[in-house]
Design a binder for this molecule. Sequence first.
Ligand code: CDP
Length: 210
Amino acid sequence: MNTDILTIAIDGPAASGKGTISRAIAAKFGLRHLDTGLLYRAVAACCARAKADPSDPEAAARIAQTLSPEDLNRADLRSAQTGRMASVVAAHPPVRAALLRWQRDFAVGAPGAVLDGRDIGTVVLPDARAKLFVTAEADVRAARRWRELSLKSDIAYRDVLRDIHERDERDAGRANAPMRRAENAATLDTTEMSIERAVDEAIRLIEAQV
Ligand code: CDP
């Protein structure tokens, strides 16, 4: 990989703060940003629209192979239901294979990029110049996600918490590209941090690596 291109991998579970942190890091270092979760969410939403079974690897892979940039702008991608289905399609190896090239192509363009997801530091960009694993206690993450979702829909905290636990288990337990901290990633636990403090800490941890 071209060493002039700065690639930064940010992984972590749902609602750990990695999205906000990744956008701030991209702005700070003048890089492009890809929220890779959106790719899996788009595959899930397109499955629903096509009435395809998200638990069928072949059907989901066909959709992943023909995903278009417009599919990433759909309005329903951030819903709890789409997040749940995203973690189902994300467990299929052919879906992950189809999305791998998309992610790497995005990363290698100048001046570089910040990618956030579950397997960026381990699988997508194992040679990233800087790596961060952002985490927080599940109940704190559920409270954050509930605050976001309850602005748009009537949803109970306990359902959000259950969803977070189920998604953590599915994402960390799958055989192919499970969510885990890369050995050379710095860990940032945001449980007790405001988002401003988490961003400051993330910048400090990244600056120490680049
Ligand atoms: O925003 P949130 O953290 O809730 O989820 P997301 O980053 O949008 O990801 C949605 C789902 O996509 C996750 O639960 C994972 O199952 C899957 N995903 C993945 O497998 N690998 C990635 N690099 C990114 C997301």
